[in-house]
Write a protein that binds this ligand. Sequence first.
Ligand SMILES: NC(=O)c1ccc[n+]([C@@H]2O[C@H](COP(=O)([O-])OP(=O)(O)OC[C@H]3O[C@@H](n4cnc5c(N)ncnc54)[C@H](O)[C@@H]3O)[C@@H](O)[C@H]2O)c1
Length: 431
Amino acid sequence: MKIAIVGCGSRHKMFRDSIADDYADKHEIVALCDSNPHRLGEAAKALAKPSTNGVATYLAEDFERLIAEQRPDTVVVATPDFLHADYIVRAFEAGCDVICEKPLTIDLTRLKMIVDAQARTGRKVQVTFNYRYSPARTQIKELISSGAIGEVTAVDFRWHLDRVHGADYFRRWHRQKENSGGLLVHKSTHHFDLLNWWLGTVPTAVFASGRRAFYRPETAAALGLEGRGTRCHGCPVATKCDFALDLAADESLRNLYLEAEGADSYFRDLCVFDDEIGIEDTMQAHIRYASGVTANYTLTAYSTWEGLEIKFQGTKGDITHRHVEVHGVFGGTRAHADADAVTTELHLAGQMPRLLEVPTASGHHGGADPVMLGYIFDPEGMTPDQYGRASDHVAGAWSILTGIAANASIETGSVVDIKSMLRSRGIKLEH
Ligand SMILES: NC(=O)c1ccc[n+]([C@@H]2O[C@H](COP(=O)([O-])OP(=O)(O)OC[C@H]3O[C@@H](n4cnc5c(N)ncnc54)[C@H](O)[C@@H]3O)[C@@H](O)[C@H]2O)c1
């Protein structure tokens, strides 16, 4: 495939390095595109090979010229979330397929644009739900599909973002709903996709509550951070702030963001306690599914530890899965786990609970990223995927609909019926 990558920030590196290092015999990156000339140049430098002209680079306004000159087969979209739909539609119209970072998009207007363009052009988008590919999550899929606990009837799902990783969503574009859809879309798209995929069903109704309880000026005041600046860089109280992110101290952050600020004033280290933040940090939802299953879901972004806890109740028993995750450190000086810890317990009615052996793999996101990349870039080289882990626009859509409905429920205080919501916008989800 001839591949163009749009959005050359932190996440694009996974695709760029994978194609260039692991799949260079099969695919070629023919162009890079970004609105920021510095990040664009740095991404091109990383791909540079001696005695070649290097990869072609295009600023965002030249995307149509990129398509005309480089004729990519596939466009990888790794821009901020609110821009995904626009690039997907333009790529489809130009005859390209798309590999899109999660979430597919952030609202119903943009979802309709994608669904209509897909129907019009017949092109494909794969949404990169890496969590599906982690061995521990695949094991859960296998257990549920094999009927190990009978029919699943109820789920309790809690996802904890800690004060290192969770805080990072409050520093930059994610912190406004118009950019990310809020955490119930931006982050929970992974979790709601896992539920849809594990349970083999789709959501029908959502009732949710959410508020910003921690990342707000009152917390800064309680922490003694009077006189804080609007960002960490140059902040007079940075040395005593446990949430400070020092962009200058980390080579990769300095290069990718601090040195790129001149072109677009994209500040990576805005104060996490700003009044102007528009997303919630404490969210709970009750979800009904087409199959009859019901689920309770909690997401917090200032927890003492990072990871997930889930219990599936079934007619023959239950499964309890817990994963303490370790993430890259984004600022602060807090203690956190130094190794992942995963447990999955199967408890069948009338028997003692049994701790299962959980398979592991190496690589980012619990070994998920390399497996997913293998299926995307070398499907013939992989064993046929019996778990149906690849996600198209329909799976991508269902994964954001729970969060979009939850956002609407938070706003109105009512239960949101997803079928009516889709009908009111003329959105038809068919493969
Ligand atoms: N699956 C995962 O685990 C995972 C992890 C991290 C990020 N992501 C996703 O990857 C995407 C990118 O996130 P990130 O952390 O790399 O963000 P980032 O801010 O580091 O990078 C985004 C890049 O897009 C560029 N950009 C902005 N406007 C543009 C435009 N109009 N045209 C072209 N480029 C433009 C920015 O200059 C920047 O280089 C997001 O959708 C995010 O949700 C997924």
